[in-house]
Design a protein around this ligand. Structure first.
Ligand code: NAD
Length: 251
């Protein structure tokens, strides 16, 4: 018996087949959910649609823009009525702020990364809330660089720290309304976003070296945890950051 049969889940952040969001979408579908995909802009629409089956639903949503988020969830409401979960797998920082010295991060670069990578979870939750069914789950993606000074992860580490804190505050606020908010701290995986980090190959190599079999975590493994966290099977988990990194965070 699949544990998400009949559920509708919004997945934000599929850029291509390597995206963590894609691993989440596949796992959600394997458990019987219908996935509603959002894409950042017109440029991202075609590559997403090429991955999907004909009848799958997509909506534009630029998380840097409140109007776009509001419109996206209105459209989703018209289409789906209620939804049972949201996967927030989006982040962005200027390439310059993912290398070199923290002291060189500009005020604008800091604000941009925080806006898209952290504040967006609050904004998305706000507009998704009226559509969320009882016992719905919200899941976001973070990385160990939020709590350790990982070389070159720099600005994104700072944004992820804020994101994880937002998860706890949102979870405390929304859990009485039976909406659970959690984060997955994924191990390093070669995706489009990670290639923005200077010497990202070292980041991935380091992660792989620290796993028991020297094979890094996969988007399928992250996706399976995401499906569990969206589902009522994880009803006791609220405001948590769960490592899905094959033990990299232990050493
Ligand atoms: P990805 O490049 O496949 O996905 C990033 C997505 O963010 C893209 O789909 C992009 O369109 C979207 N995005 C950026 N700005 C946006 C905006 N303004 N509006 C809407 N969407 C926007 O990379 P990924 O690694 O799958 O990233 C997904 C999440 O996982 C991110 O939060 C990332 O920080 C996190 N994460 C990644 C790793 C890793 O090693 N790849 C590890 C831990 C956490």
């Amino acid at each position: 018996m699949s544990f998400l049969t009949g559920k509708k889940v919004v997945v934000m952040g599929v850029a291509n087949k390597r995206s963590i969001a894609w691993g989440c979408a596949q796992a959600l579908k394997e458990q019987g959910a219908e996935v509603i995909y959002t894409y950042q802009n017109e440029r991202m629409k075609k590559p997403l649609e090429r991955l999907l089956e004909e009848n799958e639903y997509t909506v534009e949503c630029d998380v840097a823009n409140d109007e776009s988020i509001a419109k996206a969830f209105e459209t989703i409401k018209d289409y789906a009525g209620e939804i049972h979960g949201v996967v927030h797998a989006v982040a962005y920082a200027n390439k310059d702020d993912l290398s070199g010295d923290i002291l060189n991060i500009s005020r604008d670069g800091y604000a941009l990364a925080q806006d898209i990578s952290s504040y967006s979870l609050i904004a998305v939750t706000k507009y998704a809330k009226p559509l969320l069914a009882e016992n719905a789950g919200i899941v976001t993606l973070t990385y160990l660089g939020s709590e350790r000074a990982v070389p070159n992860y720099n600005m994104m580490g700072i944004a992820k720290a804020a994101l994880e804190s937002s998860v706890r505050y949102l979870a405390a606020e929304l859990s009485p309304q039976k909406i659970r908010v959690n984060a997955i701290s994924a191990g390093a995986i070669k995706t489009l976003a990670v290639t923005g980090v200077k010497d990202y190959q070292k980041l991935i190599q380091l992660s792989e070296d620290r796993t028991p079999d020297h094979v890094g975590v996969t988007i399928e493994e992250v996706g399976n945890t995401c499906a569990f966290l969206i589902s009522p099977l994880s009803s006791g988990i609220i405001g948590e950051v769960i490592f899905v990194d094959k033990g990299v965070h232990l050493s």
